[in-house]
Design a protein around this ligand. Sequence first.
Ligand code: KIV
Length: 293
Amino acid sequence: MSTNFPSASPEARQKVTTRTFQRKKQRGQPITMLTAYDYPTARAIDQAGIDSILVGDSLGMVVLGYANTLPVTMEDMLHHCRAVRRGAEYAMLIGDMPFMSYQASVQDAVRNAGRFLQESGMDAVKLEGGRERADAVQAIVSAGIPVMGHLGLTPQSVHQFGGFRPQGMENQAARRLLQDAQILQEAGCFSLVLESVPTRLAAYVSKQLDIPTIGIGAGAGCDGQVLVTHDLLGLFDRFTPRFVKKYASFHGEMLRAFQAYKSEVEAGAFPAQEHSVEMPDQEWQSFLAEVEG
Ligand code: KIV
């Protein structure tokens, strides 16, 4: 039994793998996934029994404060993946390949995907794009690394899309997205994220595929769901995408706690006696005698 995870019945839990994803799809059991970027969040997500943790490059926006995900580097990702790895025992861990770590060449793609497993203990990688990424997916999978695809609103293409806007809204775009999904499945992806695409298109694509789809802003017809944890917790106050459900308001809680701390320190109410340590009288007297002569 793990000393790190005092959950109710740790012996009943097993590490989630690509096979678990496949089995859940076959049985019609929804797959759960959340993002994490640090140790305590990974620990809580894992203890909650969530199937998978994505160390998303949304890191750039919700943790590092960039306007989009483009500035995120391999080193940023590996650093945060290692922290998540230390916090999670059961969830399947997926490292998000950052912008320009897989687009320039298939060799780059394989090498960088390998770093996620070798240097940060991830179980799989995710990358964005459709048919244009089929060669990279095939090569990474041939190296023994599971790949999750990502279609629809792929944030690394924000400038090409002219903003963060829903995708697959017209007939032609919907057909292209379906074809891309089939191509990625053929190339070896074990699962696909569908982000910000119409509900009925996502449900249709999910039915056509043998591999599970994980939706974000893609309705209830996907085989699983993912959210950015900072959105779900209400930790990120800059904006909230329409498809997010906030399960908590941690930014407000944090603000209240910081203001209370400030007031108490300024009023001399913190630290109180119970937050302090004191040395024995005798030691104090001999200290004073020595320093004051
Ligand atoms: O970077 C990320 O968090 C993602 C999810 C939104 C799927 O790609």
